[in-house]
Design a binder for this molecule. Structure first.
Ligand SMILES: C[S@@+](CC[C@H](N)C(=O)[O-])C[C@H]1O[C@@H](n2cnc3c(N)ncnc32)[C@H](O)[C@@H]1O
Length: 289
């Protein structure tokens, strides 16, 4: 069974689906995403495209999706790609990894995609320089005004992007911080919620659940996170510029390993993906999906 957290358009998933279908003939795919209607549509499309694929979309939160699958005995390949994990608040990342570990068995595999730490300028450029004003920040205000009958004035907030760097040999990743900064002292009403917010000049409104957004990890930080959550690294691939990595994780404890598992060439699944040019740690491993 192939399970994907935050599957979106499943565009990075297709090479994996194709490799698994080629290998085992049929496949159940469970995309998990809060965009419920969208993934239902994507699932129907995938089923039309791949006859031997059964898609069982789960519209909801990441961990609810995993809990929903708790009773399923099939071996699982869990995907969490597109750096979505890096948007989880930093203090929730290890608890989330621990829960993922608790929901997997030794026969399962977890393929995690993360942004790697690059230079500050490149990150800021990627998040900001193309726009004089970041379009999704305006969209954020438009949605608050529309959905909650708010009266936020776009022009009274500046959009700000920072990159906060942490030491590569510590445990805390570097991260992007994106927020709206009140240009003046002002009062905002969100009528539908019955909420009034008084902003001082310079006060911030974060657009993410925590203060971090889009974490960037050093290899050391990735390995520490893996180690602390009771997984082991079975494969570690980075793209040519070392801006992105895909890590294949195996649950550590041996108690539920099934004998006689077939071999799957995960390296191939990954190398075929949009990351491209994988250069390190390409290997075969044991596991069925
Ligand atoms: C950055 S997109 C990645 C999409 C796809 N995996 C890719 O790499 O192209 C993140 C996806 O995660 C979903 N998402 C964000 N937070 C979520 C949550 N807490 N639970 C479930 N899905 C979530 C979004 O709806 C979106 O489709």
């Amino acid at each position: 069974m192939l399970v994907e957290l935050g599957s979106g358009a499943s565009s990075k998933t297709r090479p994996v689906i194709e490799a698994l279908l080629e290998r085992q003939g049929e496949l159940t795919y469970v995309p998990v995403d809060i965009a419920k209607d969208y993934i239902r549509e994507v699932s129907r499309e995938l089923e039309r495209e791949y006859n031997a694929l059964t898609a069982e979309p789960f519209g909801g939160l990441y961990m609810d999706g995993l809990r929903h699958l708790a009773g399923r005995p099939e071996p699982k390949l869990l995907l969490f790609l597109g750096s979505s994990f890096g948007n989880v608040p930093i203090d929730e990342q290890l608890p989330m990894m621990n829960e993922i570990r608790a929901r997997l068995k030794v026969q399962d595999r977890f393929l995690l995609g993360l942004d790697m730490n690059t230079d500050r300028e490149a990150v800021i450029r990627a998040y900001r320089a193309e726009f004089t004003r970041c379009p999704w920040l305006d969209n954020f205000i438009d949605r608050l005004n529309k959905d909650f009958e708010a009266d936020m004035n776009k022009m009274a907030f500046e959009d700000t992007v920072d990159f906060l760097e942490n030491p590569a040999y510590g445990d805390t990743p570097s991260y992007v911080q994106q927020y709206l900064k009140s240009s003046t002292k002002q009062r905002v009403h969100l009528r539908k919620l019955g909420v009034t917010i008084d902003f001082l000049a310079g006060e911030r409104l974060y657009l993410s659940e925590g203060q971090n957004y889009s974490c960037k990890y050093s290899e050391h930080q990735v390995r520490r996170l893996v180690e602390k959550s009771n997984f082991a690294v079975e494969g570690f691939w980075v793209n040519e510029e070392a801006k992105y990595c895909v890590v294949c994780l195996v649950p550590n404890e041996k108690s539920d390993a099934a004998p006689g598992q077939a071999t799957i060439n995960l390296a191939r699944c990954v190398a075929m993906g949009p990351v491209g040019g994988m250069q390190r740690g390409v290997k075969m491993h044991q596991g069925t999906c």
